[in-house]
Design a protein around this ligand. Sequence first.
Ligand SMILES: *Cc1c(COP(=O)(O)O)cnc(C)c1O
Length: 434
Amino acid sequence: MILYSTNHQSPDVSLEEAVFRGLPPDNGLYMPHVIPTLPASFFENIDKMSISEIAFEVSKALLSDDISEENLKMIVERAIDFDAPVVEIEENTHVLELFHGPSMAFKDFGARFMASLMSYFLQKSQKDIHILVATSGDTGGAVAQGFYKTPGIKVTILYPTGKVSDIQEKQLTTLGENVTALEVDGTFDDCQAMVKAAFLDKDLSSKFNLASANSINISRLIPQSFYYFNAFAELKRKGNTKPVVFCVPSGNFGNLSAGLIAQRMGLPVKMFVAATNVNNAVPNYLKSRKYEPVPSKETISNAMDVGNPSNFIRMRLLAGDAHEQVVSHIAGDFSDDVATRKAMKDVFDRTGYVMCPHTAVAYLGLKSYTDTLSEEVAGVLLSTAHYAKFLDVVEDTLGTEVDVPERLSALLSKEKVAIPMSKEFVDFKKYLLG
Ligand SMILES: *Cc1c(COP(=O)(O)O)cnc(C)c1O
């Protein structure tokens, strides 16, 4: 895979370079020059394949110039070792559950694949790296789990004290081994600024091989295409012949961009729906042609509180660039917290199915689009997190207690280990050098 920068001011790079650099020096995003189409036989047999077999076929088409089939198989099997089931909650409304991985959010797909790929490249070059990551919640948990006990990789996670949920904090602070959590006396923006300053610091970069696990890394995008194919396979197994619509609850739009990659590789998709909360720069762009990023607003679907989505340019290019092309692939919708809570409650009362706030935003986005259609479609809404990660909002909204899976409740009794840190870069640097 050869990748170019969307700003066209940096040279093309190999997959390995793109994975370790993260961002091109001109601050664009890495994009593959060529996205291959999968053969018809793949789609004919897709219903007979498991998710990891599908993942292997998709990665082979994308990455076989960079990695041998044998090694690719090992990388995929190590990363994609959990399922993504499809649950029909109402007629023609299917939930694609992406929360069955170790941190119980869809970011596990990206983080585990990135860890598996990096560790393969490092073994080959006999290098060690130190990953720095700032998190406001879900990313840190997925990255910590993804890289846990990975040889050659040390992970330091910075999180803002008091700003992440109890469960999220425990996911960051109870692993140990090669994962260290720093509890920063500041905001998420402070954490991010400290990480950025570390990457620019000469003393640190001469002593360590620093790397980022940022969500714009191409190795997080690729594995997120796997579950779109897998959902199609599941629907085929259930006898579906209707056109498929995917609704994606979105923040930085990596997830939706991965869906567009699957479509470019030949997956039959009638339409994607970009569903957001009131941070609605993308639905506004789809409607008005104008892209106007704004500062983010706080909502109950807080993993999507993004004012200036970092993958916007990728999404636009993958959907054909010109506005009329983009809207032929993507419809938009947004919901406020009142509507989101009402959807969580209505669906629970009617069907017993519990949705996290992000999932509920997708439910509303799917309905708003399918209500405009005259034909029947198979609607698939992506559920990006297990509801128990947002327990307070969920129980308050539903007016009842809900079950917490053992994997999460067991965390709450574990002891938190975090190093307190000021928000001053000098302290962070001293810590890293010491
Ligand atoms: C990160 C996240 C999102 C947003 O995904 P993007 O790829 O940034 O659009 C949605 N829901 C949950 C639960 C998340 O953690």
